[in-house]
Design a protein around this ligand. Structure first.
Ligand SMILES: Nc1nc2c(ncn2[C@@H]2O[C@H](COP(=O)(O)OP(=O)(O)OP(=O)(O)O)[C@@H](O)[C@H]2O)c(=O)[nH]1
Ligand SMILES: [Mg+2]
Length: 256
């Protein structure tokens, strides 16, 4: 069996293709660094054959594309960086321009699963850029910020957008981010749970700051995608909803 390699710690961004007016006014932009790497092939999961892509890095059996969406400032980039590097980007908020990407290889049930993670810009003016990427996503993490009610109110609009542009069978999970705050959140956990239930979505509270449930969110997605594509015999009963309910930790455990 040949093995695939993926370059370590490579990131890049697709340039913005439109300049519609920003909903919340302009913000400082996180500069793009490069075009997506050749291994960021979005069409269909790469089947388990372990080919080499050249360059240094990890081997993997199968790859999936996971896209992070949600309003600007909800913490998409921070969540991704927490998962990728285990670090929190504190300090100045640098808004994403267009789309950035990062890769990470996970061990899931004895398989090396590469997640190609696409970090979209939440700002309205980049919406037409992100639209182009939806159809290739195998999974979507839809985030809101529990300290920002508007970001929660906009979830319905995001779901409409997902309905319009993503594959009908895309794996979708709702994440309530920034649950580390010591203050009363603007959006209660029950409201998030209720909305998720209404749309039949798995739901989790996360914090890019403390790391709460961050690995779990991505692992759950990887497991679900693996299950779908491989029909893993060792876990015939894997259910994404049940898994995140069982494994997820409450926010209260990790508040400072
Ligand atoms: N307390 C807290 N702050 C967070 C968390 N995640 C992100 N932030 C902060 O929220 C701000 C926005 O985070 P980003 O990850 O850049 O937001 P984004 O969703 O990528 O925004 P766009 O790129 O504009 O779409 C930054 O100042 C972060 O430090 C979190 O879990 N807890
Ligand atoms: Mg960002």
């Amino acid at each position: 069996m040949s093995r695939k390699k993926t370059p370590k710690s490579k990131g890049g961004s697709a340039p913005a293709a439109s300049a519609l007016p920003a909903a919340n006014g302009p913000r400082p932009a996180r500069p793009g660094t490069a075009r997506p790497s050749p291994d960021a092939q979005p069409n269909g999961p790469q089947q388990p054959s372990r080919h080499s892509l050249g360059g240094g890095g990890d081997f993997y059996d199968i790859a999936f594309k996971v896209m992070l969406v949600g309003d600007s400032g909800v913490g998409k980039t921070c969540l991704l960086m927490r998962f990728k590097d285990g670090a929190f980007l504190a300090g100045t908020f640098i808004s994403t321009v267009g789309i950035d990407f990062r890769n990470k290889v996970l061990d899931v049930d004895g398989m090396k699963v590469k997640l190609q993670m696409w970090d979209t810009a939440g700002q309205e003016r980049f919406r037409s850029v992100t639209h182009a990427y939806y159809r290739d996503a195998h999974a979507l993490l839809l985030l809101y910020d529990v300290t920002n009610k508007a970001s929660f109110d906009n979830i319905q609009a995001w779901l409409t957008e997902i309905h319009d542009y993503a594959q009908h069978d895309v794996v979708l999970m709702l994440l309530a981010n920034k649950v580390d705050s010591a203050h009363e959140p603007a959006v209660k956990r029950e409201d998030g749970e209720k909305l998720a239930k209404e749309y039949g979505l798995p739901f989790m509270e996360t914090s890019a700051k403390t790391g709460l449930n961050v690995d779990l969110a991505f692992t759950a997605i990887a497991k679900e995608l693996m299950q779908r594509s491989m029909k893993v015999p060792s876990e015939p009963g894997f259910q994404l909803h049940d898994y995140v309910k069982r494994e997820g930790q409450g926010a209260s455990c990790c508040r400072p």
